[in-house]
Write a protein that binds this ligand. Structure first.
Ligand code: ATP
Ligand code: MG
Length: 704
């Protein structure tokens, strides 16, 4: 096991080493809360305060739980459960329910909820269109998460001043009908899993005793998003004990609409007056430029979470300023994004280190299309689950059979290392040495390679791990749907991005009506949207692009406005289109950062900002140069060096002054080649404006 105290600052260490009683860590994004909670788990084990099997770590999304498990494994801690509330409760329920009921199995989980809600709505004479059913379903979820019964619904809505699209009486009736339809179908919904877990623990002493002997320490990440129902489960788990560690950031509360409340986090010290409260301020994730923007986004907040104003303090070296770009329409926004991704990948950024984050899932389509057209691999978080895919199921089966047959431990007693053993098994289901060309074979291959990388991680963490351990690890991941990362740009909603981080983040679609979302009307709802933007900004380690489009359809009317949250942050339109932007000497024309190398100086672009050169123009310029050099019997670089050539393609100079502004082009070269170059550039710009109206696109640097 690695030293749990290594790689921590003083405050983090104080939290990690606090006694096993209650502890609260209140801190902003990227300050190391998740690191602290995982190291604390390691420390509880290392200091012999708890056995790994007594510890239960919970969080809210499968992805976050998966992230915690990976970090625990990297620390060399095995046997600790890290799950979502639901997964943990379901597991417990499966074990305890037969005991509570004298042999009954847990009912199956509702799969088609809208259908049940539909029957309920019909029964009470409510509308049954999909939009209404969705609204009904989310109201029922909110009510159950808030521990509200059908008869208490109307009063609870009034008390919470909840803005609901439906009449409270209608919802209450439909809610009641839904419960009975569901019971008749002998099914459980997700909230029932939690409710029944509480019931089993609260009502059955024997079950409670057994549970409490088994689990002795509880840790909750992202505690700002706990609902009253989840808090109830936590209380049942604890049963009056106080071995509870919570970490959270009130500024990242993004599930209030579903009943979550940061008050449990903010009032933890009242409930446990003897609990140490640790605050972390140093942001280890992001550059000062990103941190500064994050601080400014959240500074505008009002309401209950503003009581807890936290400023993040940057500690990392400088990076590029965030880049703001306005586009005429969504297609142009998506096309430019794909272009930037291409440039980043060409310059060595791994696609897995790039994320495109949006407010609602439906926004992904335009970006998926653009990335696919540019042949850039991507993964949609919340797309088809990795472990549901046929090739993955087949591969797992092959691994299971091989593990059972002991393929990695042959009779001569010399074990085969896990990674080669895995490769050998997967070869039979289609793993080849070289990647096949695009298509379904390639998809299968990518999936198999992803499984090999799980084996690699596992072998690294535990050198004695064999195929059996690999199968267990994969099954655990499958259960929680935590797909291994297939190398690709991540497309995800802001909600799904919580807790995660990437080198490069694109926040797209930042227009009023989407961010904040149209239906956020009350000040509280608008504040939740602001926190979502804060979550988005704080996902970036280094490079952050914020963009919006003025029209939805290409060529459509420009009726949209930039998100109000960017007022005062994004500069007001400073047109700097690529056909002739003004550049301050020594500064990158995109981010305003310093330019140092000859190539950076020539192109007026720092290496962090992707190239905007039109590849066709580059080819044309090269052909022209080759011709000319041939005519003059000189080497091509005598005409223009590569750096100058690329600088021309990037900066698209269309007049003499713009040409002279490119270092390396003086009067004599202007006289010799100026006319030719401008002719080629103008043709390229015209081409670009004809396909996507690029000339309207502006790219400006932040003011602060
Ligand atoms: P979020 O609020 O977004 O969930 P967090 O507070 O949980 O963020 P972590 O994910 O734990 O933050 O840490 C952010 C990044 O900073 C991670 O890459 C982590 O490894 C790194 N980090 C945290 N603490 C330290 C430290 N003391 N030294 C170096 N790096 C650190
Ligand atoms: Mg975290």
């Amino acid at each position: 096991m690695r030293d749990p105290l290594a790689g921590l600052d003083d405050e983090q260490r104080a939290a990690v080493t606090a006694p096993s009683g209650p502890l609260c860590v209140l801190a902003g994004a990227g300050t190391g809360k998740t690191r602290t909670i995982t190291h604390r788990i390691a420390q509880l084990v290392a200091a012999d305060l708890h056995r790994p099997s007594e510890i239960l770590a919970v969080t809210f999304t499968n992805r976050a739980a998966g992230e915690m498990r990976v970090r625990l494994r990297d620390l060399g801690v095995g046997g600790v459960q890290a799950r979502t509330f639901h997964a943990a409760a379901l597991r417990q329920l499966r074990y305890f329910w037969p005991k509570v009921t004298g042999g009954e199995q847990v009912r199956p989980i509702v799969e088609q909820k809208l259908r049940l809600v539909g029957s309920a709505a019909r029964r009470v004479g409510a509308a049954t269109d999909v939009a209404t059913l969705r609204d009904l379903a989310s109201e029922i979820e909110w009510a159950k998460a808030s521990l509200v019964t059908p008869s208490g619904y109307a009063a609870a809505v009034a008390k919470a001043q909840r803005d609901t699209p439906l009449d409270a009486e209608v919802v209450a009736k439909a809610f009641e009908a839904y419960e009975s339809v569901k019971n008749d179908a002998e099914q459980l919904d997700f909230d029932d899993i939690l409710l029944n877990t509480c019931a089993a623990l609260d009502d059955d002493e024997q079950v409670a005793r057994e549970f409490r002997a088994r689990y002795r320490s509880f840790l909750v990440d992202e505690y700002q998003d706990v609902t009253p129902l989840q808090q109830r489960v936590l209380d049942s788990w604890l049963g009056g004990r106080d071995q509870i560690t919570v970490v959270g950031d009130a500024n990242q509360t993004i599930y209030s609409f579903a009943g979550a409340s940061p008050n449990y986090l903010l009032n933890f010290d009242r409930r446990y007056p003897h609990a140490p409260v640790v605050k972390l301020e140093r942001d280890y994730r992001s550059t000062p430029q990103v941190v500064s923007l994050a601080n400014r986004v959240i500074a505008g907040t009002v309401g209950p979470t503003s009581r807890f104003r936290l400023r993040l303090r940057p500690v990392l070296p400088d990076g590029p300023e965030p880049v703001y770009t306005e586009y005429p329409d969504e297609a142009a926004e998506a096309a430019a994004l794909a272009e930037r991704c291409q440039a980043l990948i060409a310059a060595g950024t791994s696609p897995a280190e790039i994320a495109v984050l949006y407010r609602i899932n439906a926004q992904s389509e335009a970006f998926e299309q653009a990335l696919a057209a540019a042949k850039i691999p991507y993964v949609v978080r919340g797309g088809e689950r990795f472990f549901a895919r046929a090739e993955v199921r087949q591969a797992m089966q092959a691994l299971r059979v091989a593990a059972r047959a002991g393929l990695d431990t042959p009779a001569d007693g010399r074990a085969v290392a896990l990674v080669p053993a895995t490769r050998r098994v997967l070869r039979d289901v289609g793993l080849t040495d070289a990647a096949p060309a695009a298509g379904s074979l390639r998809d299968r291959w990518d999936a198999l390679v992803a499984l090999v990388s799980v084996a690699e991680d596992l072998a690294e963490a535990d050198r004695t791990a064999g195929l059996g351990e690999l199968v267990t690890e994969l099954e655990q991941r499958a259960e929680s749907q935590h797909a291994p990362t297939v190398e690709g740009v991540t497309l995800a909603s802001l909600h799904a991005a919580k807790g995660l981080e990437w080198d490069v983040v694109f926040l797209v679609g930042l227009v009023d009506g989407t961010m904040p979302i149209q239906h956020a009307e009350s000040p509280e709802e608008v504040e939740e949207e602001r926190r979502l933007l804060y979550v988005g900004v704080t996902r970036a380690r280094r490079t952050l692009h914020l963009s919006w489009a003025l029209a939805r359809a290409a060529g459509g009317r420009k009726t949209r406005r930039r998100s109000r949250f960017l007022n005062g942050l994004a500069p007001d339109a400073l047109p700097m289109n690529r056909a002739g932007g003004r550049t301050a000497p020594g500064r990158c024309r995109f981010c305003g950062g310093p330019v140092r190398t000859p190539l950076e100086i020539k192109s007026g672009r720092c290496e962090n900002c992707p190239s905007t050169a039109d590849p066709e123009l580059v080819d044309e310029l090269k052909a022209w140069r080759k011709n000319l050099a041939g005519e003059k019997s000189v080497p091509p670089y005598v005409v223009f060096t590569d750096a100058t050539l690329y600088a021309i393609a990037e900066r698209c100079p269309t007049d003499d002054a713009a040409l002279l502004a490119i270092p390396g082009i003086g009067r004599s070269k202007l006289d010799l080649y100026g006319a030719d170059v401008q002719r080629l550039v103008v043709a390229s710009v015209q081409r670009a404006t004809a396909s996507v109206p690029t000339a309207e696109k502006i790219s400006v640097r932040t003011s602060g």
